[in-house]
Design a protein around this ligand. Sequence first.
Ligand code: NAD
Length: 487
Amino acid sequence: MSDNRIPEDLPDHIQHYIDGAFVDSQDGDTFDVLDPVTNENYTTAAAGKKADIDLAVAAAKRAFDEGPWPKMLPRERSRVLHRIADIVESRDERLAELESFDSGLPITQALGQARRAAENFRFFADLIVAQADDTFKVPGRQINYVNRKPIGVAGLITPWNTPFMLESWKLGPALATGNTVVLKPAEFTPLSASLWAGIFEEAGLPQGVFNLVNGLGEDAGDALVKHPDVPLISFTGESRTGQIIFAGAAPYLKGLSMELGGKSPAVVFADADLDAAVNATIFGVFSLNGERCTAGSRILVEQSIYDEFVEKYAAQAKRVKVGLPSDPTTEVGALVHPEHYEKVMSYVEIGKTEGRLVAGGGRPEGFETGNYVAPTVFADVMPDARIFQEEIFGPVVAITPFSSDEEALALANNTKYGLAAYIWTNDLKRAHNFAGNVEAGMVWLNSNNVRDLRTPFGGVKASGLGHEGGYRSIDFYTDQQAVHINL
Ligand code: NAD
């Protein structure tokens, strides 16, 4: 494999960013960061602990209590956020190159995610200026109005899939509303997060408003969750980690936003446009290497078209191009880390005992090293199978037949998760009724996974608590104080 895939000027060390300065951990500890194509260490990152979190929270609290940011007019903050969006946009190719290298995501998809990060900032920059708060008048008696206030230091804890974009989805609204932040990015992928500091400095974000501490979840993440001066935690990650964070935050009664795991169904009825359904459900589970929270990783197919669907789907899965993350023709790159690769491969082996393997099933030919998994499809998977119930978070999909609308709904709802659902049918009534009854925070009808940033984003059941997106993000990051005046 040629080395022209390695970006120029990779840092030989990644530091924290606290109170406007790049610093190492108080105890000097570091962790290794791996290149997912070779699994060799390509850099080290400072491994933050409680002492580093304490410094970062103190800086963020000072910037909140004494600095200009929370008191600025929304349109002044908005200008800074627009500058951030401009800078991100102008560096989208570099960002994508670094993200793809660090995470193993295909370069074309990483580029889309970089642009989406810019769009997130632009969206919240506009929304905060358009924000109008409630006023209620009782004629001749009372006026009631709402004071909306930033809350303080927001703790942001993010995962390694599309890391830069998911960080922007929290940073944008947290900053737009006047909070200060401490970001704890995922330890598998610290590279792109290290770029925020320079971007924010250039855009004119005041010192201390943005702080970043790298490190392991159980050290730096845990200290952030349990810090008494951090009233808000916005977390995206596994449901199991969400439970631990809930427990850690409980004694402090913190505000929590939880975007967690998924095992989302894609339901294909016999009257659907079959080719469109095959294309979309292929993309739905194999894009972003299958490391996608809203992946349609269980496909439920009506019995009368089941054999035809499975045949077409398997043939198309075999055509999905696995390759170097840096190659623009690649559709599935390398999984993020050897630990995650082992997890996904263990599910591939479990799947061989639980379903009929019709595509993939292991390491693709020609890839001797790195975290490569061939797009893998199991048919005839029963609902009690582990590959039907458990989030795999890789390019692995389970297909299951159904015979009636009722059975399809029961199968769709038969997991602990409830993040997304995809429904393919040309029967309008059936589509809307199914959407109303399926246990999912988000439903796509005859659609690819695209969404308007104003809509609520979030899951039900084990997939999360609370919603982000549009005004819901503004609500999470602000207190709404009711003021009443008797006339
Ligand atoms: P993870 O839960 O292992 O880690 C996420 C973050 O939490 C990391 O920064 C990690 O260091 C930190 N963390 C781990 N243990 C912690 C602890 N005890 N206290 C505080 N912080 C801790 O998740 P991951 O493997 O990085 O990401 C994949 C998961 O994220 C999948 O389950 C996926 O579905 C989910 N996800 C959900 C959404 C969504 O919007 N619902 C989006 C993307 C990813």
